[in-house]
Ligand binder design. Structure first.
Ligand code: GDP
Ligand code: MG
Length: 640
């Protein structure tokens, strides 16, 4: 396949934000809000005969391979598929790179885009332009990619193609004539996309005669063949048997297998300029497959491609086995999983309460939930995850430190003397919410004024989460149905809790949300510790903003009061900042004489007592003088 018949493209779209995993039911209605990337990808694969047409219109979603992806209907790992399409008397090779859509996975999106020359910008015409549509559009634009606007779901009764086309024109300057209207579900109009891809997206460049230059944009691990890398061929030819090296690691390998993803691997023995394919080369250590790396033939060095910004952890949490003896197994499972998800950072940590564990860094809370679910599904792990924390910056007189664990937070006494200030990460948030009348597919109960309140509610929500630099404007001024765009700077810690849930319920699901990293800002923060019988429980320490310390202290103390089993003595449960107690509850003593009134022989009672003790030993962790079962930790931490 010479370059001029090759097209490399990706589908980008807004993906509904997801509620926390605990509210799993709600995720199902997010299916409706997604714009249909995976469905479109499947149609394209069918139309080109790459996969057999799915029978009875069932949505198989070939590219969503992971169990968690199918269950939640989201794409986590970018997948690649090549297809052949005859057009204008020529056979074309179209390489589709499916991208994950959630904000947490923006990192994966940008690495997919680096291997493309164009994108399909998919907009659901019953939803219109959403917060992430704006960010993915700009991301593609900045990379100089050709953008093909596609309106999906025109089969829906609530579809408003003209109005949404006007919205795209107003927001992105897109010419309405360029917009392709389709239904990925029924297949209507999808063939126009294939032609537009060939006509509008430029072919990749790259010379056959030049030395080999490959861009590594993804990798996965295969137990038998080692690391399999996905590469986009920038220049030259690569053949099985070639000796290659990496610009970053300088390690040398011999290529053992090469081929295209159709969408399963099809060996071809060689790869040509412009192609996107997989390569095995006896690479044993997954850490050597650096995403963004440039590969070349030994002895024929090339200029490196501009690399990637490494993924940046936004949320950290401690992960501990339910049963502390399981730590080696858990650590092994985590290692295995991180091979398929390189954006997770791992380090060891230990806690007096929970024993040995790992501190993991994630791109966001959905990312964390997905990782936890995969640990449980694919590795059968039984785990406790501590409350998520964001990375705080401690500015000392002479240095700056970023901490990922509340236990590293300076004590109040230090804050006065050695610490100059404390900063927290903030994000630039974009919320798009309809101001006017409702879309017709929701029961028309609300009138315009109630709808208008959505915008006010969003403002209230943002202010209650310490928003700064709030700005808003009209996105379109369609009659009665105008959309408002609200931007503000929010502390990251405020959106890793229940922000999504609030946003969603206060807007009846109509608000869309996106955010990007916006650096650090000075903030009034403190470490809150929880004491049981005057002894601090390290795994429960959290960082709080001064303005909400009292409320948070009270809530957590109440929660602890509910889950901690009663003891033979009275147990004070306290939330404290430094020496100051913020909230307190008292767990009254267990009545020692629970069995006093029972008859029936001492033997049974003694047995029961012994059994309880045995059970207790298995389940309980000794916390000073208070026994805190792992289950209690699980309850308080997983459900918060
Ligand atoms: P993704 O998250 O962007 O990959 O979206 P999916 O492809 O998973 O689609 C989200 C939902 O929209 C699924 O329930 C699809 O069945 C549905 N969907 C996708 N395309 C169409 C369409 O053209 N018409 C209708 N009515 N539904 C669609
Ligand atoms: Mg999908």
């Amino acid at each position: 396949y010479p370059c001029d018949v090759i097209r490399n493209f990706s589908v980008i779209a807004h993906i509904g934000f997801y509620l926390s995993a605990s509210l799993f039911v709600c995720v199902t209605d997010e299916f409706l809000l997604d714009h249909g990337k995976s469905t479109l990808a499947d149609r394209l694969l069918e139309l080109t005969g790459t996969i057999a047409a799915a029978k009875s219109g069932k949505n198989e979603q070939v590219l969503d391979k992971l169990k968690v992806e199918r269950e939640r209907g989201i794409t986590v790992k970018a997948q690649t598929a090549s297809m052949l399409y005859d057009w204008n008397g020529k056979r074309h090779l179209l390489n589709l790179i499916d991208t994950p859509g959630h904000v947490d996975f923006a990192w994966e999106v940008s690495r997919s885009l680096a291997a493309c020359q164009g994108v399909l910008l998919l907009v659901d015409c019953s939803q219109g332009v959403q917060a992430q549509t704006i960010s993915v559009f700009h991301n593609a634009k900045e990379r100089g990619l050709k953008i093909i606007p596609v309106l999906n779901k025109i089969d829906l009764p609530a579809a408003q193609p003209e109005r949404i086309t006007a919205q795209m024109q107003a927001t992105f300057g897109i010419d309405p004539k360029d917009v392709i209207k389709i239904s990925a579900k029924t297949g209507m109009g999808v063939d126009n996309i294939l032609q537009a891809i060939i006509e509008r997206i430029p072919p990749p460049s790259g010379g056959l005669q030049n030395p080999f230059k490959g861009f590594l944009f993804d990798s996965f691990y295969d137990r038998y063949r080692g690391v399999i890398s996905l590469i986009s061929m920038q220049d030259g030819i690569l053949r099985v048997g070639d000796k290659i090296s990496s610009i970053h690691t300088r390690k040398k390998y011999e290529v053992t297998e090469l081929g295209l993803m159709h969408p399963e691997e099809v060996p071809t023995g060689s790869l040509f300029p412009g192609q996107v394919g997989y390569m095995a080369c006896n690479m044993k250590d997954p850490a050597d497959a650096l995403v963004g790396d440039t590969l070349f033939c030994v002895g024929k060095p090339v200029e490196p491609m501009p690399g990637f910004k490494p993924a940046k952890a936004m949320v950290y949490a401690g992960v501990y086995p339910m049963d502390s003896g399981d730590f080696p197994k858990l650590e092994e499972s985590i290692k295995r999983l991180t091979l398929t998800d390189r954006s997770v950072t791992v380090s060891r940590e230990s806690s007096t309460a929970l024993g040995q564990g790992c501190r993991l860094g994630f791109l966001g809370t959905l990312h964390m939930d997905v990782f936890r679910q995969r640990l449980e599904d694919e590795h059968d792990a039984n785990i406790i995850i501590t409350a998520p924390t964001v990375p705080y910056k401690i500015v000392y007189r002479d240095r700056e430190v970023i901490i990922s664990n509340p236990t590293e937070f300076p004590e109040v006494t230090d804050t006065a003397s050695k610490v100059k200030e404390i900063q927290e990460p903030v994000v630039k948030a974009t919320i798009i919410v309809p101001e006017g009348a409702r879309s017709s597919w929701i029961v028309c109960q609300r009138v315009t004024e109630t709808s208008t309140a959505y915008f006010g509610d969003m403002m209230d929500l943002c202010f209650s989460r310490r928003a700064e630099d709030v700005e808003h404007r009209y996105l379109d001024t369609g009659e009665g149905e105008a959309r408002m765009m609200l931007t503000c700077v929010l502390p990251l810690s405020e959106i890793v809790t229940d922000f999504f849930d609030q946003l969603k319920s206060r807007s009846s699901g109509f608000a869309s949300f996106d955010y990007e990293d916006h650096g650090y800002r000075k903030s009034e923060l403190a470490k809150m510790v929880f004491l049981l019988n005057s002894k601090p429980v390290d795994a429960l320490a959290i960082i709080v903003h001064r303005s909400s310390q009292d409320a948070i202290g009270r809530t957590w103390v109440k929660k602890l009061h509910k889950v901690i089993p009663r003891q033979l003595f009275e147990v004070p449960i306290q939330a404290a900042i430094g020496k100051k107690v913020i909230a307190r509850e008292t767990l009254s003593a267990m009545r020692a004489d629970v069995t006093a009134g029972l008859y029936g022989g001492h033997y049974e009672r003694k047995m029961k007592h012994l059994e309880n003790q045995k059970e207790g030993k298995r389940k309980m962790k000794r916390m000073g003088t208070v026994n805190l079962p792992q289950e209690a930790f699980y309850d308080i931490l997983s459900r918060s």
